[in-house]
Design a protein around this ligand. Structure first.
Ligand SMILES: [Zn+2]
Length: 428
């Protein structure tokens, strides 16, 4: 696979030293206490025992009593989905949709997420705007759209032929309907041309789609393999497969998907396939755990959701205990925006240790995006995308769900959030 595109952000010029912090480096290793982290021009240059003879720095951050971790990576978000009704949004101007997305990106960053992967809805202009410093937000990878057959999870058409309201305001259609192999290939080529970092396919239906269900099949194993082969001819990109029901999830894994998104129905056969193919599971437990709102959803959808909650929690627990690789992803957009680290607590509830959950949210996510040479761990040579918190994540990981628990967020050494003034010298 060719190196994945690194989404850029403006770096902090000069030298910063964080002094005397406890560092959890994202690899799963035990925390190291009384550590100094030196950052030069946005890159980590040293991580080591605190020293009174430390060289001069332009900015010093007092890290005593604080935990420093890599910036988190949410591998499954929808930042174009604000917490507003579709009736409300139907009245918005195009610029309101764009500004709402920019606001959600800022909230996501301030929740401690310095890189994220949008799995349908986001367009490359937002990544460019972050790189130029016009807006702040995570480094964004994106699928732009998602692929399903006619009547599947990506099809915005109702039974009577009218389309879902979001079709009217999207600059690039997020739902791509593909049936034949030729349509699949053409859609992939179009998305790669437009700037997609990952191809998102639906190999099953969904809980929230009106006309199909999680056990319905979407793209076939053969079509997932076609996409993988087509991407291999173009330098290689990951495939993310939305799959809730069992048979469609097996199709995704056997066809060569890079990650299985949701995976709410976990048989021993599927666990074996995940392990054999080295597929990453993104269990999106934050969204799964949301209580369905009977005022917003039909009775049928509410019942579907409750049934799948039970199955999905059990699925994640069994995959984790079998040793399937896991990356953190919330499905924010379905789940409320700006509370992304909620997922860490869910992962611990499903059986990961806090250190393993932090690894799933940092280095494992960076690997899934192909960016682990740049971000995801606290070590020299990597970009200084870091979070600082006073919350001990080994003792109180559920507390990180509250964005207020994230005190400082650095991206390429620049302070994007400084709640308490700890990083005042960086002038956030
Ligand atoms: Zn999603």
């Amino acid at each position: 696979m060719s190196p994945a595109r690194l989404p850029l952000v403006p770096p902090q010029p000069g030298t910063t030293r964080i002094l005397g912090a406890t560092v959890i480096d994202g690899t799963g290793a035990e925390p190291l206490e009384d550590i100094d982290v030196e950052i030069r021009d946005g890159v980590i240059t040293s991580v080591g025992a605190t020293s009174p003879a430390a060289s001069a720095a332009d900015v010093v951050i007092d890290g005593r009593g604080a935990f420093v971790m890599p910036g988190f990576i949410d591998t499954h978000v929808h930042v174009t989905m604000p917490d507003a009704s579709s009736h409300e949004m139907a009245l918005w101007f195009a610029e309101e949709h764009s500004l709402a997305t920019a606001d959600i990106m800022r909230l996501t960053l301030e929740a401690g997420v310095t890189a994220a992967r949008d799995l349908s809805g986001l367009t490359p202009g937002f990544r460019n705007a972050v790189a130029r410093g016009w807006i702040t937000g995570p480094r964004m990878h994106m699928s732009i759209a998602l692929l399903s057959p006619t009547g599947g999870h990506a099809d915005p058409s109702h039974a009577n032929g009218t389309v879902a309201p979001y079709v009217a305001w999207e600059p690039i259609a997020s739902g791509m309907v593909v049936d034949s192999d030729d349509e699949v290939i053409k859609a992939v080529r179009t998305l790669v041309r437009t700037g997609a970092d990952v191809i998102k396919v639906c190999t099953t239906g969904g809980i929230s789609t009106p006309t199909d269900s999680p056990d319905d099949l979407g793209l076939s194993e053969h079509q997932v393999r076609l996409i993988r082969d087509e991407l291999a001819r173009r330098g290689g990109r990951p495939i993310a497969s939305h799959a809730q029901g069992h048979e469609g999830a097996l199709n995704a894994v056997r066809g060569g998907t890079t990650s299985l998104e949701h995976g709410y129905d976990m048989s021993d056969e599927l666990i074996s396939a995940l392990l054999a193919h080295g597929t990453v599971l993104v269990p999106t437990l934050s969204t799964l755990s949301l209580a369905p709102d009977p005022t917003k959803k039909s009775a049928e959808v509410v019942a579907k959701k409750l049934e799948w909650q039970e199955r999905g929690r059990d699925a994640a627990a069994r995959a984790i205990s079998a040793g399937v690789m896991v990356a953190m992803g919330t499905d924010a957009g379905i789940f409320p925006q700006g509370r992304n680290l909620t997922e860490l607590g869910h992962l611990v509830d499903a059986g990961l240790t806090p250190l393993q959950a932090i690894h799933a949210g940092t280095q494992a996510g960076a690997r899934l995006l192909g960016l682990d040479d740049h971000i995801g761990t606290v070590r020299p040579g990597l970009l200084a995308d870091l979070v600082v918190t006073e919350v001990n994540p080994l003792a109180r990981i559920h507390d990180l769900a509250d964005p207020a628990a994230v005190e400082v967020v650095l991206q390429a050494g620049a302070a994007r959030k400084d709640r308490s003034g700890r990083a005042a010298g960086l002038g956030a």
